[in-house]
Design a protein. Sequence first.
Length: 160
Amino acid sequence: MQHIDIIAVGRLREPFLRDGVSEYLKRLRPFARVRILEGPEEKIPEPLPPTRARQILAAEGEGIMRLIRPGAYIIALDREGTMLTSEELAGRLGDLALTGRSNLTFIIGGTLGLDPGVLEAAHLRLSFSRLTFPHQLMRLILLEQLYRAFKILSGEPYHR
């Protein structure tokens, strides 16, 4: 069974998102042990000077890096990353399991994205779209895609 950590910057605020996340965590139980870890979210001033933006990313990045388990296979969600189909994501998860990579960490950045150091530490930079999504909504999207991937791997009809 795979162990999946999802490290996300900030707390989940919206009740409808918390409900959706809770539902998919329940659905994933037969396939993987999934934990959501929340890293610190920095306050973003208006206006935002470029030097302050870099400081915010660095601070959030340090918080993220402290939460990563040693030896984890790190997948950073990054709009500029590799785009996969649901079937390809399922295949990657299956391949990782077959090669003994059972500890996976997915990282969702904050409002400003991810610190370059976090992106460099990632084994895979994964894009769900070139569109920008709210980072809190990405938790739900990621969990749904993980559930879909495990259903594909198990040959169940959810994916159709």
